[in-house]
Design a binder for this molecule. Structure first.
Ligand code: ATP
Ligand code: MG
Length: 199
């Protein structure tokens, strides 16, 4: 064996030992709280990717779309007929379009009822709370309500929270937090959001 091959083999053996140890340490089985936050693109895309993954095993999934429910959404078009998928959308446009705090709060409270139902249902394996961070930021929903619902959810249920500026209490509760960092976004160069790529 060449020097390089010998070194490679030794380093792979070390790596394998480290990975095996981590695998052996991961013994707990339960649902997770996952937060996709940050300014970079991909928070909602990654959530829908996980929805597809769970549906692929026949699990029941709930998706709640806060604020952008009335927007077009390719994943929703593709997956909404799946009998294992339950989608609830907030019945109002973007908050800076409506500019009506009372109406937005009402619409948010209504769709939260759906979220609360999903978060209490042990048959639902995965719940996505898309863009819910803004509901907390604008004060349409209170943090205690959300925290309690997350804390009391069924043990096997995973919840994905998406949106910028995730509330620190949600981040503190979460098992996996990804802060998507914007290096560049086409939009800043005047390129329009693309159908089937951005939505
Ligand atoms: P996506 O839905 O593409 O995964 P996201 O959920 O991370 O994006 P949002 O702020 O919810 O981010 O994005 C809503 C829309 O804005 C999407 O069309 C997305 O492609 C676009 N977008 C995402 N990040 C940025 C950014 N940094 N600057 C401009 N537009 C963005
Ligand atoms: Mg998003």
């Amino acid at each position: 064996m060449s020097d390089r091959d010998t070194r490679h083999k030794a380093s792979m053996q070390k790596l394998k030992a480290r990975v095996d140890e981590k695998v052996a340490n991961a013994t707990e089985q339960r649902g997770l709280i996952i937060v996709n936050t940050g300014n970079g693109k991909g928070k909602t895309t990654a959530a829908w990717g996980t929805v597809t993954r769970a549906l692929g095993y026949g699990y029941r999934v709930g998706v709640v779309q806060f604020i952008k429910g009335l927007w077009e959404c390719g994943e929703r078009n593709r997956l909404e007929d799946d009998p294992n998928l339950d989608i609830a959308i907030m019945a109002t446009g973007f908050t800076w379009d409506t500019q009506n705090r009372a109406a937005d709060t009402q619409a948010c409270k209504e769709v939260w009822e759906d979220a609360a139902r999903m978060l209490a249902d042990p048959e639902v394996y995965l719940v996505v709370l898309d863009e819910i961070t803004y509901m907390l930021k604008f004060g349409y929903l209170d943090i205690d309500t959300v925290r309690e619902a997350l804390k009391n959810r069924p043990r096997e249920q995973t919840v994905i929270v998406t949106g910028r500026n995730a509330h620190r209490d949600i981040v503190a509760m979460a098992d996996t937090v990804t802060d998507m960092q914007e290096v560049r976004h086409a939009f800043s160069d005047g390129i329009q959001a693309r159908r089937g790529i951005d939505f």
